[in-house]
Design a protein around this ligand. Sequence first.
Ligand code: OAK
Length: 817
Amino acid sequence: MTEITAPKSPVTVAEFTEGIREQLKYGQGVTPEQATPADVYVASSLVVRHYLQDAWFKTQQDMVNGNTKAVGYFSAEFLIGKQLRNALLNAGMLDQFDAAVEGLGFDPQDVVDSEYEPALGNGGLGRLAACYVDSLASLGVPAFGYGIQYRYGIFRQEFDDQGRQVERPEYWLANEEPWGHVDYNRSQKVSFGGEVVEEDGKKVWKPAWSVRAVPVDYMVPGYKSGRVDTLRLWSARSYDEFDLLTFNKSEYLDAVKPKVEAENISKILYPEDSTPQGKRLRLEQQYFFTAASIQDVIRVFYPGQSDPDLTTLPDKITFQLNDTHPVIGIPELMRVLIDEYGYDWNTAWDITTKTFNYTCHTLLPEALEVWPADLIGELLPRHLEIINEINDHFLEELKGKTRDKDKIERMRIVTNEENPKVRMAYLATAGGSHVNGVAELHSQLLKDVTLRDFSDLYPDKFSNVTNGVTPRRFIRLANPRLSALITEGLGTDKWLSDLDLLQGLEPLAKDDEFVKKFAAVKQANKEDFAAYAKREFGFDLDPNTMFNSMIKRLHEYKRQSLKILALIAKYADIKSGKVSVDDVLPRTVIFGAKSAPGYYLAKMTIQLINNVARVVNNDPDIKGKLHVYYPWNYNVRLAQHLIPATELDEQISQAGKEASGTGNMKFALNGALTVGTLDGANVEIRERVGAENFFLFGMTVDEVDALYAQGYHPAVYYERDPRLKAAIDMVADGTFSNGDRNTYAPLVADWLTKDWFMTLADFTAYCDIQSDIEALYRDPLEWNRKALLNVARTGYFSSDRAIQDYLDNIWHTGPLA
Ligand code: OAK
């Protein structure tokens, strides 16, 4: 058994200081007197990396030599957020850093703030992947996160003078980035296009062009585990800098074209989230990173072997496909096994299906990726052949399982039509061992609806792993005050690696003095957030109002419209005198959300929210009782500031549409109460915190289905509830568009005639629950008691528990010895 020690860390502040001085001198070429906070940031990051290096080596060596199966987490997105503080925490160097930096005359906050946030994801799926690699390393499990190092991450959101979203490029690599280690010597070749020919009775793919996949490695230090895993993000480079022949003719742009085209592959993250797309470049990206990763795994686990025994691959590593984006990896592994290593079909299929598993993260049918077979054939002709063959074998297998011909037809991986399509979710389900959803309700709906035929015939493949979030980033780093109070209450800080220990806070909810301390933490966090919002956005938040947040992607199903309509209804009531402003509970509503650039109604909703903010915040009749703020460019950093300061969290999607949600977990763990529907993980959060500590409203999945079946007419609800009518009329009459009735006409028309996610049908219930919320808020002790119970009872939603579930039920592996 190998003995594991915690990562070697600079025990003294003096050592950390000396490390920074050295890096400033030899790395940055500046003296401490000349250094800027950004220089100190780079130097400090390199010091941390330096101290983690041995543990990183050792983890890799033990992984290759050890007897524990590793995990390869394949994801098109890793929304990792800022690295420095997280690495310091996990490596046990936070205090040394603070003291060293202060000793050199810098404010640690300024240094940390110099880091540019890598925004390599759109939302939930990408942030989950980042939490999962943190937990894998913290549990001591050998793992690779495999993805793409996009040159441009999710766009930087700005608002124009009309309140509309404007997308700006997010060039996060503009400054020195000390975390990514570019490893040119371990690059891989990834090829595209061309044709398949027969040579000696064998299929041979003759690609037309290739790109060089260069790994950029990020350390993933485990929290107190002594282990450092690897996040390997591929960057696309050209093999040919330029075409000399063309260049000689002085056609510079043409000459560099191949380089530009190759490098385009990793240039930009697609800004879609749960919305359809079908871009060739996206397929290129998907193949690029999965192909490079599969070759890399063979290089790492079978070093120097020209004839490796790849039947052992499933014992060495298991691949988790984070939604369908990396599913092209399945035919790629088949191709590698058959064409490059000479395995027969059945052996290759056995290895492949034992190696892959698939997690689905959506319930929206339009978000399930389907690729035109033609496009796959053009880019990856050999893969299309293999996919067709997988389809044929699969249909044969189905014939042995059922006589229901319609069912077999419905389950085709490749559709039977003039322009056939490849259903990636079906390919993933057929080509792997396990399929899981991300919350109990979601996993159930996958079995009952989305993948019903598959679950009928392969019931054992299906399971659930309810999502989780890392307590290191989202409690300890985001909310140091609450962390200190939890540690005080429990008498230990072990909860950071065993979040179930939070249950120990339960008795303290009866202790008024403790509850008051808890309330004081929240109040201080609100004040901090107000100062931050002033600094960053120029907003004037009043920390003596209720802080009510809704942060997530802007999507119709998430129903930001419901929130804004309810707010407008309240405003209308005050304006019309139905409600006296003096009776209104002071509330600050904070939105954070990006919309996909081409999503018309979502973008119009952003504009509406901004204009409601403009009107309401400046209306003297409101006497400051209602405020709306929409900080632009919602990202991980903003989440870390806002979540600890929030008292009421909105999880108000239409039941049956939000696969899980992870913001809901972060808020509950930071002592916010939730107003929500029975959707995604809300269901499990409510079960755990208790119905009396959760504001439930709205239709259930069954009620939604019944209403659709019966025929949904949103205008009926508009006529029925005068509050709703007043709110919609106010949007329609130009109150929020300087009198222009056209601005929001498409949104109003959609609400009244389509309202696909039944915002109007849930409006009355949503407004009604507000009186419960406000009555409780008027009793601060009771509110905080319930909020504390939310903290005490949500330890289950740690990503450590989620990863343990994957280890036990799907990956069948564990920590290194
Ligand atoms: C993105 C692209 C395609 C399909 C799904 C997504 C996505 O981000 N889904 C989100 O995943 C989160 C993590 O599992 C869930 O919490 C969200 O409910 C889900 O929308």
